[in-house]
Design a binder for this molecule. Structure first.
Ligand code: CS2
Length: 461
């Protein structure tokens, strides 16, 4: 008999000869503290179809660490003192940029049933669609079943978007393949949620010390998690299986998705830019500033919750404010502020456009948009890299117009790929951001925020 494993369950208990049933693209901290735990629960319950072959897209950092530990890594979702849980659902790792063929073969493997993705907003490129379609075309020619392909990124209609990308690539290759994908693969929309900061060396040191063994793959996350997924699977019985371990399966994800993207991610980006400007390094530090946390609540209530139909929105907002204020998470404002061109489009643009369509100017959003312009200018002035797929365009605007605030706002707010033509041509909106920009430049971010909070109709006195 096998000796009991220190991880609470031996790998053999997961099914020794089994191959992974799931391929995951995008092996970051979020995947480890979210989906990998959900699937670990399923494996521990004896359902061995949920082992994961997880691939980093570019970097081999996480896959190398996990390969050294036979896939095992500890996660804590408690405040210190941490209670570490070993997660063993990642059975195989790889890196797409180093060994694309391994990822294609994993997608094409007979036991694979699901393909999941956390490749971030900027990852939805033809390169990604080519990879997936390559794997699917092998399944097609080998006479295998289709896959349930679930995007877990912060994009509106993420499943439909991925489906369109894949079908376009497949159509160009072979209409027969495109037809097969259309008939045999499902692309459910899904909303995933858990705040998981990038792990720091301190997290690894804490885990290693507490566990008495190397724990280079350790992750700290908040206790809250949510996964809402559309009832659209190749195997319809998966709905009940997932629901058993806490996943919410629904016919329409959009009320959950809009609430999360606008209220959580929209507010997160605000905390990030305002925090960076105010010299506040983490979300917790930012939320500890009464001027910022009070204003954030006001902004969520007066603007970010626009059009949200998720039930109990006031409770949802209150819960979010508590989650942001979690002192156990060292979530860096600079981390959230990265890739802003991709995030703004998903988180802010729809709500700004919806409010403007009613004839009102969203003035909290004008301040936060002006804070974004100041941030970009500050990074450039401090010679810090601008981590963004549109960095070249952003830097070009700053170089050309950085000396004149009004021109700089007009230039950056004129980038259609971020703001869409509805906003780049909206003069009153741009004027509001110009005024907000000058208010921040003259009085500083705190005073600018305080004055917009004071003038708000429901301002908290
Ligand atoms: C954050 C998200 O980094 C960011 O842009 O807003 O990663 C956020 O923490 C998650 O979406 C929470 O579910």
């Amino acid at each position: 008999m096998m000796p009991p494993s220190p991880r609470g369950v031996s790998r053999l208990a997961y099914g020794p000869a089994q191959s992974p049933g799931v391929v995951h693209l995008g092996l970051g901290a979020f995947h480890r503290a979210h989906q990998a735990i959900v699937f670990d629960d399923l494996l521990r319950s004896g359902d061995t179809r949920w082992g994961i072959a997880a691939f980093g897209m570019q970097s081999d950092r996480v896959s190398a660490v996990l390969a050294d530990a036979d896939g095992w890594f500890p996660v804590s979702t408690n405040a210190p003192p941490h209670a570490w849980r070993w997660v063993g659902s990642i059975w195989e790792t790889g890196v797409v940029s180093a060994n694309r063929a391994q990822a294609v073969e994993a997608i094409a493997a007979p036991d694979t049933r699901w393909l999941t993705l956390t490749v971030t907003e900027k990852g939805y490129t033809p390169w990604l669609a080519d990879l997936i379609v390559d794997g699917l075309s092998h399944r097609f020619t080998r006479g295998l079943d289709g896959l349930t392909i679930a995007s877990c990124d912060n994009l509106r209609g993420n499943g439909r978007h991925l489906k369109a990308c894949c079908e376009e690539v497949a159509e160009a290759l072979s209409p027969k393949l495109a037809h097969w994908i259309h008939l045999n693969c499902r692309f459910p929309n899904s909303m995933v949620d858990r705040i998981v900061p990038a792990p720091t060396p301190e997290v690894v040191a804490m885990a290693t010390q507490a566990l008495g063994e190397p724990a280079a793959g350790a992750v700290v996350a908040e206790p809250f998690w949510e996964w809402v997924i559309e009832h659209d699977f190749c195997d319809p019985t998966d709905a009940e299986v997932l629901a058993r371990v806490g996943v919410t399966v629904v016919d329409d994800v959009s009320p959950y998705e809009f609430a999360k993207l606008q209220l959580l991610n929209g507010a997160h980006s605000t905390i990030a830019f305002v925090g960076v400007l105010a010299g506040l390094e983490t979300v917790f530090q930012a939320m500890s500033q009464p001027w910022l946390s009070r204003w954030l609540r006001l902004m969520m209530e007066e603007e970010l919750q626009w059009g949200i139909t998720r039930p109990n929105t006031p409770d949802y907002i209150a819960q979010l404010l508590e989650r942001f204020a979690n002192p156990a998470l060292a979530h860096k404002t600079a981390q959230i502020a990265s890739d802003s061109s991709q995030k703004i489009k998903q988180r802010w643009v729809p709500v700004i456009s919806a409010i403007l369509a009613t004839g009102r100017i969203p003035k909290h959003m004008a301040i936060t948009s002006a804070a974004w312009v100041h941030c970009l200018k500050k990074w450039r002035a401090d010679n810090q890299p601008i981590n963004d797929p549109l960095a070249i365009d952003l830097v070009a605007s700053i170089e050309a117009d950085g000396h004149d605030g009004t021109r700089l706002v007009r230039s950056l707010l004129g980038i259609e790929r971020i703001w869409t033509s509805a906003l780049t041509t909206h003069d009153e909106w741009i004027d509001a951001v110009v005024s907000a920009y000058h208010a921040i430049a003259q009085h500083g971010i705190q005073t600018a925020v305080e004055s917009v909070a004071q003038s708000a109709p429901n301002h908290a006195s």
